[in-house]
Ligand binder design. Sequence first.
Ligand code: CUA
Length: 310
Amino acid sequence: MFSGASNFVQGVDTAFVFIISIAAFFLIGITIVMVWFVFRYSRQRNPVASDIPGNNTLEIIWTLIPTILVLAMFWVGFKGFMPMRSFPEDAKTIRVLSRMWSWTFEYPNGKRSTELYLQVNDTVILDMVSEDVLHSLYIPAFRVKEDVVPGRTNRMWFVPQLVGTYDLYCAEYCGLLHAQMITKVNVLEPDDFAEWYESDIDPSAMGFEEAGYEAMQIHGCFTCHSTDGTQRVGSTFLDLYGSTVEVVAGGRTRSRLVDDDYIRRKTFDPNQEVRVGYTPGLMPSYRDQISNEEMANMIIYLKSISKYGR
Ligand code: CUA
């Protein structure tokens, strides 16, 4: 059986080879016909041009065949792409924090690294956030690439299938040192991975959730917002992320999904929209006070205490 560095190699490569084969067939075929026409219908051999008024059979053939080919290319590509967007239930989630110009990976046990460490044949989901601008996580050997967009969490998943070391790039131009936003993916045997995973955990290093909680404490968020469902001056943070809330915006009531973007807007420009039932003007703007890294961690914390969050 064909095997690649990840479970997506086969689907992507099949589509690539299929499409490039069709393209090559037509490139060569059309070029040969063109050259042959130049000789066959030159003025010497064919001095009087003939007018062909129409040919229904030809019309049908050159409509039908390309339609079938294009649909076939779509289908082969779609079959390779769809599995990437249907996420597995039981997978290890690794958090990815990107910034100009480096990557940080955080594992379920709180361990962090700047290179990505994976166990062979162990399904992983990457939950990716950006502290600043648009980045894109790209592992060519695995045939996976996904933008990391500030203001939202993008995800990708895959199964690394071959032990080895692979390149991981940023594939979205993100400023001066974009080209150096490179790191490695290390796919290890289970024993080697376990050894790495359990070793050198810095007990003082904070996970993203914990860092988010601490940032909220520092900025005094809990004075007005509870984390246990208790109503205070502001809404509770419990089960907030991912829920739908009613806000008053421009004199009208609207529904809003509480996502990364909503949290940012409410933090930096809190009185533009106020939730129904709450008093406008009570919350100050935290623009220039809360850093991008703090914001990213806070959002991770909010997700961790919401039954809707991911
Ligand atoms: Cu990050 Cu380019």
